[in-house]
Design a protein around this ligand. Structure first.
Ligand SMILES: [Zn+2]
Length: 151
């Protein structure tokens, strides 16, 4: 299916913004390209700042909506295994596994998200990362490095 013209996939990358990583209510436009790197530049009307397209964050071009990601994170914190989350949410375990991998790769950013947007405590975050870490053998190198920087 064709993506509607002009649909913006990115969310605000400014941690100080009220709409940081927020899909709902975001107000973002494309605003030229960075001369040095050629990356697409974006502008957020909420915090009035420019930022660069960041590929690969858990929220970038994912099949899961932010609400679904939030839901899965909650289940993880409640110590549900991947198979039981698959049963509860109806998402295939591979989809959940891929999400975990992306979360690990961007663990720094995710911590910010988990505490600020999901209201998790630091110890709940640690529980979640411990769970992800237990699956280490299944993680990509990038994901393992992301985890190491964070945990
Ligand atoms: Zn913003």
């Amino acid at each position: 299916m064709a993506r509607p013209r002009g649909k913006i996939d990115v969310v605000c990358q400014n941690p100080k913004c009220r709409y940081y990583l927020n899909e709902n209510g975001k107000d973002i436009i494309k605003s030229g390209r960075y001369k040095s790197t050629g990356h697409q530049r974006y502008y957020c009307y909420h915090c009035r700042s420019y930022f660069m397209e960041t590929k690969g964050t858990p929220f970038y071009r994912k099949r899961l909506s932010e609400r679904e990601i939030r839901n899965i994170c909650k289940h993880l914190v409640d110590k549900n295994g991947i198979r039981s989350i698959e049963r509860i949410t109806g998402h295939h375990r591979d989809t959940i596994g891929t999400l975990l991998e992306d979360m690990a790769e961007y663990a720094d950013q995710m911590n910010e998200y988990l505490t600020r947007k999901l209201g998790l405590s630091t110890s709940e975050c640690s529980d979640l990362w411990r769970f992800v870490q237990a699956r280490k053998r299944k993680l990509s190198v990038a994901a393992q490095e992301g985890l190491m920087k964070n945990v």
